[in-house]
Write a protein that binds this ligand. Structure first.
Ligand code: ATP
Ligand code: MG
Ligand code: MG
Ligand code: MG
Length: 562
């Protein structure tokens, strides 16, 4: 590509709303432009990077046996009602109506749509396992779109869905995707960690996040100094999940009767739950409702008891029967839930007004009666429950370290959540109707671009790893008015193109300083400078981000570049 023809509107000034390096550099390098808040256009150089990342991801998905499809971004409300997520998704979902008042959303993710795709036509266990994916535009009306394409409202995601006949099949598909993700992010040259995640609105099974380490990342991860434990801070707080089989305490119903939807919940408790992701109230008996707070329950228990300074003689440890007979509310520690919301419920809801407040975990002898929670603020509770550096590792007991990162990918075991909701069945070996065991797997393509820049830049600009660079080589013709320089530059340009190398030639009639500054800003890895020595067929060769510059004969260029 000749830079005299390239649409690359570079900026010398940093736009005021750009806070982090990747956002600033993508704008300055003319790779993206903002349309409205959280919505971006991808310009030629930026789009090439996106295509490179997509290509890597596609290759690894295909190698893992996944098949590419393309689904619509417009999704009918009915499918989301079948899974129960039309209400659960909340204001992050872009909703719209057609001319006949029929309701739709712009897909924030596609579990329902993929389940619907196969449910009437994939009939037999013989057709399983199946893994299908797409690279597609997603829409989420983020509360705080920021950092450019890192957290935008329209973004490109690779999303995949696996269908298996049983749980072990699902686990295998999950591990295949895990390995494919490791390969893809390694090929993008990212420094990343795989951490246990919180499944949030997706499902109740295991999930893992692929986190690119970066100080500007919005995820905080806790990992162990000594063993391989690593989790997002949310997950680290959610050590116990709601599994009544594991607990001594019998939970009679997982959801409060009559409270099936967010609206019911809001009505019942009179709270503002406009941002709800998941119901987190568990009815234990007619009178006892557990408010679930994430975290290591024993740790939280001790922290809270110490904080409340409940006098010893007023404490009453409750056994199973005792808990059942309490009239009031329990503050427990479990559940894949949103900490801020839980605290909000705890502080704002009717639960607070109940008598006989008990705190503790839903486990025998972990309940303490008569605790007054009026004298603690939401911030204090939140602080008490945060995972901190040097907290005990839940796996080996050693100390935890905390580091920031960017969630670039996420894999989920969905179990039968969607095949139950959408009644998607197949016939198993015995001719019996059976539900699909599913997984879903996302990679933020555009966010990955930003994450790579966070890890590869200096004060002059981007330093693209070769695998995702928009072009491999940039030939800077120092003075485009000099025939010998232009001729040699173009000769090299054509030679490299013939060899299949992606080359930019800066043939613009600009000052040399401008050209060098731009070359550094846009971060092309291999740089060839054609200047005064062009007469002798000598050029300067350097690598972006490295100091050394060597003079070589232009004949040797191809060997160097390979
Ligand atoms: P986050 O925690 O950052 O809000 P998420 O957990 O909601 O992300 P997922 O539902 O797991 O996101 O989606 C899969 C992937 O899509 C994420 O791992 C991330 O790389 C990407 N992604 C999610 N939201 C955005 C966004 N608003 N802008 C850009 N990429 C996004
Ligand atoms: Mg999100
Ligand atoms: Mg997340
Ligand atoms: Mg996620």
């Amino acid at each position: 590509m000749k830079m005299s023809r390239l649409y690359m509107p570079t900026l010398r000034e940093v736009p005021a709303d750009a806070e982090i390096p990747s956002h600033k550099l993508l704008l300055r390098a003319g790779m993206i432009r903002k349309l409205v808040s959280g919505v971006y256009s991808y310009l030629p150089l930026g789009f090439r990077v996106i295509e490179k990342i997509e290509k890597i991801v596609r290759e690894e998905m295909n190698k893992a046996g996944s098949q590419e499809v393309l689904m619509s971004a417009i999704q009918p409300k009915e499918l989301w009602e079948e899974s129960g997520r039309w209400a659960d998704f909340g204001p992050e979902m872009f909703r719209l109506k057609d001319r006949n008042e029929r309701e739709f959303c712009l897909g924030p993710t596609h579990e329902e749509i993929f389940t619907d795709l196969i449910r009437n036509e994939l009939k037999s266990y013989k057709q399983l396992p199946l893994n299908i994916y797409q690279v597609q535009t997603k829409y989420r009306d983020e509360k705080r779109p920021r950092f450019g394409v890192m957290r935008s409202r329209e973004f490109i995601m690779k999303d995949a869905y696996s269908f298996d006949k049983d749980v072990s099949g699902m686990n295998e598909s999950y591990m295949d995707m895990w390995r494919a993700y490791e390969k893809a992010f390694t090929r993008c040259n990212l420094n990343f960690r795989v951490v246990e995640g919180d499944s949030g609105a997706m499902g109740d099974g295991d999930s893992h996040e692929f986190t690119a380490m970066s100080s500007v990342g919005e995820s905080e991860i806790a990992y162990c100094k000594d063993c391989d434990y690593a989790a997002t801070d949310e997950k680290a707080k959610v050590v116990y999940s709601i599994d009544n089989k594991e607990e001594n305490l019998e939970i009679e119903e997982i959801h409060t009767p009559g409270i099936k939807t967010i609206e019911n919940l809001v009505e019942f408790f009179g709270i503002d739950a406009s941002n709800f992701v998941k119901t987190l109230l568990v009815r234990i008996s007619d009178e006892v409702i557990a408010v679930l707070i994430p975290g290591d329950r024993e740790l939280n228990h001790t922290k809270l008891v110490n904080h409340f300074k409940v006098p010893e003689h007023e404490l009453e440890m409750l056994d199973e029967e005792g808990v059942k007979n309490v009239t009031g509310a329990e503050v427990g520690f479990a559940g894949p839930i949103d900490l801020k919301q839980d605290i909000k419920i705890l502080m704002d809801s009717r639960v607070k007004k109940m008598k006989n407040f008990i705190i503790g975990a839903n486990k025998t002898d972990y309940h303490i009666k008569n605790v007054n929670i009026d004298d603690i603020s939401a911030e204090e509770v939140e602080d008490l429950l945060l995972v901190k550096e040097n907290d005990e590792c839940p796996k080996c007991g050693s100390g935890l370290l905390i580091e920031r990162g960017i969630e670039v990918g996420n894999i989920f075991q969905l179990g039968t959540k969607y095949s139950d909701g959408l009644d998607a069945t197949f016939l198993d070996e015995n001719g019996k109707s059976s539900k699909f065991w599913m997984g879903s797997y996302g990679i933020g393509i555009t966010r990955t671009m930003a994450a790579i820049i966070e890890q590869y830049h200096d004060d002059k600009g981007i330093i693209w790893p070769l695998s995702v660079a928009p072009y491999h080589v940039i030939i800077t013709v120092v003075n485009a008015k000099k025939d010998d320089q232009m001729e040699l530059g173009e000769k090299l340009y054509n030679q490299l193109i013939d060899k299949g190398i992606e080359v930019l030639i800066d043939d613009r009639k600009e000052r040399a300083g401008v050209k060098f500054t731009d070359a550094e800003l846009i971060g092309i890895p291999i740089r060839i400078t054609v200047g005064r020595d062009a007469k002798e067929s000598v050029v300067e060769f350097s690598v972006r981000g490295k100091e050394d510059k060597i003079k070589i004969n232009s004949n040797e260029i191809f060997e160097k570049v390979q």
